[in-house]
Design a protein. Structure first.
Lengths: 206, 252
């Protein structure tokens, strides 16, 4: 989980930085140029395969881990410690992950499939910026995206520091740094993502 | 300290034997001194039950001074009760209010089957220990004192890990019933000392394999074990176990 998780954490940096080009507010000129570069560069295309392998591995590992762990206590406690001994999001990684998987299906259907069809059918250059603008004019879509990003944020806050612990990086001197970096990273990435649909919907970007 | 007595309602898990389904029974514990330990409160209850011709509540206990690791109650959802860094025998009744209802359950885990009432079978821990928690020593005269220099930092960290009394609170507190804190403490106490080096790689592999075989869950780093451990064993030991395991896999 940790290695695939770190890989996905790195991917989200690229994804959020590239998408943040919409905030330049230049009618999507820079953003479409970046999108065009990423979809036509063979190194990026190759890494994309790795991304899907990593994503798929993370999902399969997560499902197997959750099912195995849930079977280890056949008779549950009548009273649970709840938040007294651990954080709710640390205990809910399986549920948060499932929500993210649902969101991902919607997200890929919205943007990924259309882009690929345009890429391989050889039509006119695909205007991803216009597509975003159109998608995010619907308040329901905006709501779903914001909820998806909120789930992602909690998933990342646990996942970031947890990944370090799993690969054996735990040092009293650096633990607060890892924890803080995880929270800062999660907030920056997720606020950037959440602002995209909101900004389009409220007409801050045109 | 001011001496007061309290009355409590107890909701205790009763189970005749390993095959019995078991259920909660309600008891009243009256005139309980706040200076009693939680186990002494159970002694009072059991005296009453015996006098009434009923079956007393079975629970594990031995030293009653917090060092043997035998007591094992899940009190109001917390392993060893509400105080941190405390075993059930060192938990005093002043932690509770007059008239309070206390729910007492046995450790719940597939690898810790209930034997009777609040007593569970923790021999899975013994088998993990036997799988690698030892050092080989040549026979002959004892070695001279200080013949093996040990770094102070490592000696301290090893001692902190060796504080583990194997009570099973980590398994009881973990949502996955994982024994990683116990196993990591046992692996760490040897991995940090020169005496533990000959078996260093085989030890971690064998102990983790035994841990999985016993039916404990996997660690998802929620940190509940560390919060409940009566000996305050740190999850930095789990990170060390992960490092040791990774190194062992690469070196075998």
């Amino acid at each position: 989980m940790a290695f695939t998780g770190i890989f996905l954490i790195l991917f989200l940096i690229v994804h959020s930085v590239a998408n943040s080009c919409i905030f330049l507010n230049d009618s999507g000129e820079t953003y479409n140029a970046v999108a065009h570069f990423l979809s036509h560069n063979w190194i990026v295309r190759f890494l994309e395969i790795g991304l899907f392998v990593g994503l798929f591995a993370h999902i399969i590992q997560g499902i197997m881990l959750t099912l195995a762990n849930n079977s280890k206590r056949p008779i549950k406690y009548a009273v649970n410690a709840g938040n007294a001994t651990s954080k709710w999001y640390s205990r809910s990684m399986g549920i948060l992950g499932s929500l993210l998987l649902l969101f991902l299906v919607i997200h890929l259907k919205d943007f990924f499939i259309g882009t690929k069809i345009a890429l391989y059918s050889g039509d006119a250059p695909h205007n991803l910026f216009e597509e975003m603008k159109e998608e995010f004019s619907n308040p329901i879509v905006v709501g779903v995206y914001v909820l998806g990003v909120v789930a992602l944020c909690w998933h990342l806050i646990h996942g970031f520091s947890s990944a370090f612990q799993t690969i054996g990086i735990n040092n009293p001197k650096y633990n607060p740094l890892i924890k803080t970096a995880g929270i800062v990273y999660s907030l920056i990435v997720c606020i950037a993502f959440a602002m995209m649909p909101i900004a389009f919907y409220l007409g801050w970007i045109s | 300290m001011e001496h007061t007595t309290i009355n409590l309602n107890l909701k205790v898990w009763r189970q005749k034997n390993a095959e019995d389904k078991g259920q909660f029974e309600n008891y009243k514990a009256e005139n309980i001194s706040t200076e009693m330990s939680f186990l002494e409160m159970f002694d009072v209850l059991n005296e009453k039950l015996i006098n009434e011709g009923q079956d007393p509540v079975a629970f594990d206990h031995d030293c009653r001074e917090g060092i043997c690791g035998m007591c094992s109650m899940h009190i109001n959802g917390r392993a060893h009760g509400p105080w941190s860094g405390t075993t059930t025998c060192q938990l005093h009744m002043r932690a509770f209010k007059d008239g309070e209802t206390i729910t007492v359950e046995p450790w719940r885990a597939k690898a810790f089957p209930v034997l009777k009432d609040l007593t569970v079978d923790r021999s899975a821990f013994d088998r993990i220990q036997q799988a690698g928690g030892y050092v080989s020593v040549n026979t002959g005269n004892a070695q001279d004192g200080n013949a093996l220099p040990i770094d102070k930092k490592n000696a301290d960290a090893s001692f902190d890990a060796a504080m583990c009394i194997g009570c099973g609170a980590c398994v009881a507190a973990c949502k996955n019933s994982s024994a990683m804190l116990f196993t990591s403490a046992k692996v760490s106490q040897y991995a940090l000392l020169p005496q533990g080096q000959p078996e260093r790689t085989t030890r971690v592999m064998n102990m983790v394999a035994q841990m999985d075989k016993e039916g404990f869950g996997a660690c998802t780093n929620t940190g509940a074990c560390e919060a409940e451990c009566p000996k305050e064993i740190s999850i930095s030991n789990i990170a060390r176990l992960n490092r040791e395991y990774l190194n062992a896999q690469l070196s075998l």
